[in-house]
Write a protein that binds this ligand. Sequence first.
Ligand SMILES: [Zn+2]
Length: 154
Amino acid sequence: MRGPYRRRRVQRPPRMHRFRPAETLGDELPVTRLSVSEYEAIRLADLLGLEHREAAEHMAISRPTFTRLIEKARHKVAQALVEGHELVIEGGLFDYVETLYRCPQCGEISPRPVHQGKRARHGCRSSRWEDLAERFPPDSTERSGHGHARERQR
Ligand SMILES: [Zn+2]
């Protein structure tokens, strides 16, 4: 057994972390912040269609905790969709299982920092890769006492 609280497990970083309604030009939009754990709950339950029990195992949390997490996540996404908020995915307490890399030049996303071929058509020869696990890190535990309490396991 691990300690009194465990960090949630997130398979890999989100590919994109900022969504804005395309019709808005102004920059004064309300912002809804979805934690990376909430994003992962949506990915597992709503995209992959896993049962809550199975999704909870993936994230190393209990099933009731997963259910609360997905309900909160869905509410936030619904509110952003209906009310036209900017949606930002960031933060929370979790560990990534693996990372993804993004080419800052053409935007290709790859599990390895290597171009996969198809994008080479438009001539991207960038050798710089952004590690998305570093780009979208968890909150640091030293300065997130509140987050720690909030995400505590029961
Ligand atoms: Zn590229």
